[in-house]
Design a protein around this ligand. Structure first.
Ligand code: TEU
Length: 512
């Protein structure tokens, strides 16, 4: 049953969202690539786990240069993933189970095979020329010094037949749309309506901070390396566009939501994308994702969120892993740390995003250079989900003829680190996630309550969550040595006494 308001707040504030990378979750037809029907069949697992919503990475028609983030038709399912009917069945089943469905929306660019771009590049006088970002110049000198993501080349490609450059912040197969053109705004709004009318509960907006461009497209300062355009693409015009999108989404019933990927590594910059509660409902804040496993570093990241978001009434999000970065189990280096990190993720104030497989404590798959398929080298966190301990781990068996093995190798230890095995073990990390999700559901303090820090030893982070009579004390020991519970007098039942290092406890002020 879907309730729009939980504790008198929109559902997405108390929700836990689970990210599914469709290629890697569950295959149903034996081609070695996960699909929508596979996801539908595994929704029972997610209901058992207790998540409130799923976010599906792109499943739209695509030549797959960026594995679906290069969209060639926003309003159709790629045959690799199934059909629109499969999508409808998935949404219906998810809603029956009380799980909401968010989908990826890729507004910054399209595939170069999208009919809009095919038409745009056909001639300088094409009616769609101005749907993308074209600039004059000499074929040997790109219009500015920006470097594209996933390559060391420029963000510009020269189009020989029409004698102009086109802009692509990512691959050359992903030309940037020109959002200064009202026709582009209308067309992309139609895409949102198409899916809202089909019953989706919201969107994860890809690289959304980059859609409005400074028309001057100025050079990046020399000192900037990596992706200089990321910080340069923090332009005022994006905020105007977002206000229009927010009005559209809020015109639908049911508290639909847009969470934006704002890839700016400053929480102050991210905070501006909430506007005055009239732009994004939620925004990813990635600095914590890049923080080391240290109490001080995390405290600093949390303080930034409290200082930048709270005064605006903006609701935070928390992410430890996703399909673009090495898994945090691998980054942090041990399962004990991953377990303590799960407590952190699921008890901070804000909406947590779980990346599929982190509930199994999965590590990145080790993929030799010749087996890597992603232009950005991100394959390791995209390895397929192991469902059981059989040789095919619950995927259709590959027989080398009609059926194919999964598109990427299995993550380490899939024989023991899989859903079926960890479900049977009450002490597993999977059952820890399940208990934490259940505790959040029962506790207004943990799901929507206030957050206040408590004094604690250097390796320990301690905080209180409170809502009305419901109060919880959370203690995360980042260190490798056991630490005493820094229980502050008061009502706490400090019966744990010691927090193992690394480890975590959640205490209640009432027997539970
Ligand atoms: O990511 C945008 C983005 O900025 C990151 O990919 C970043 O460049 C990367 O993490 C650096 O390692 C989004 C999607 O999440 C990503 O999968 C796509 O490739 C990208 O947009 C283009 O659509």
């Amino acid at each position: 049953m879907l309730h729009d308001r939980v504790h008198d707040q929109p559902w997405w504030k108390s929700a836990v969202v689970y990210q599914i990378y469709p290629r890697s979750f569950q295959d149903s037809d034996g081609d070695g690539v996960g699909d929508l029907e596979g996801i539908r069949r595994r929704l029972d697992h997610l209901a058992w786990l207790g998540v409130d919503a799923v976010w599906l990475s792109p499943f739209f028609r695509s030549p797959m240069a960026d594995f679906g983030y290069d969209v060639a038709d926003h309003c159709d399912v790629d045959p690799l993933f199934g059909t629109l009917a499969d999508f409808d069945n998935l949404v219906a089943r998810a809603h029956d189970l009380g799980i909401r469905v968010l989908i990826d929306w890729v507004p910054n660019h399209t595939s170069d095979r999208h009919p809009w771009f095919v038409e745009s590049r056909s001639s300088r006088s094409s009616s769609r020329r101005d749907w993308y970002v074209w600039r004059d110049g000499r074929p040997d000198r790109p219009p500015n010094n920006w470097q594209a993501a996933f390559s060391d080349g420029p963000t510009w490609s020269w189009d020989e037949p029409t004698g102009q450059w086109y802009l692509h912040l990512f691959l050359r197969e992903q030309p940037d749309l020109n959002w200064a053109n009202p026709k582009v705004v209308e067309a992309m709004q139609r895409v949102l309506r198409f899916w809202l009318d089909r019953g989706v509960d919201g969107f994860r907006a890809d690289a959304v901070h980059a859609i409005g461009k400074d028309p001057a497209l100025p050079d990046a300062p020399e000192k900037w390396t990596g992706m200089p355009w990321s910080a340069l693409n923090d332009h005022q015009s994006t905020h105007d566009i977002l206000r229009g999108l927010r009005r559209l989404i809020d015109s639908y019933p049911g508290d639909r939501v847009m969470v934006g990927e704002v890839f700016l590594l400053s929480t102050a910059a991210v905070a501006r994308y909430y506007g005055r509660d009239d732009e994004l409902h939620l925004a990813f804040n990635f600095p914590p994702l890049f923080a080391p496993w240290e109490a001080g570093a995390w405290r600093h990241r949390i303080d930034r969120v409290v200082e930048e978001l709270d005064p605006r009434g903006a609701w935070p999000t928390w992410v430890l892993s996703n399909h673009d970065n090495p898994r945090h189990r691998t980054r942090y280096g041990s399962e004990d740390r991953a377990r303590a990190a799960a407590v952190l993720l699921l008890t901070l104030r804000g909406t947590p995003f779980i990346y599929m497989g982190e509930e199994l404590g999965l590590e990145n798959a080790e993929i030799p250079a010749e087996g890597r398929l992603d232009p950005g080298g991100r394959d390791g966190s995209r390895a397929p989900m192991p469902w059981d301990g059989s040789p095919d781990h619950g995927w259709p068996p590959g027989d080398g003829r009609r059926r194919a093995a999964p598109w990427l190798p299995w993550p380490p230890q899939a024989g023991v680190r899989n859903v079926a095995a960890l479900q049977r073990d009450p002490a597993s990390i999977l059952n820890l996630y399940r208990r934490l999700l259940a505790a959040r559901r029962r506790s207004p303090a943990l799901s929507i309550g206030s957050w206040s820090p408590l004094a604690s030893p250097p390796d320990v982070l301690a905080y209180e969550r409170a809502a009305g009579d419901d109060r919880r004390l959370v203690i995360i020991n980042f260190g490798d040595r056991d630490a005493p519970v820094p229980a502050p007098g008061g009502p706490w039942r400090a019966d744990a006494g010691i927090v193992p290092g690394p480890g975590a406890v959640v205490l209640s002020d009432a027997p539970c």
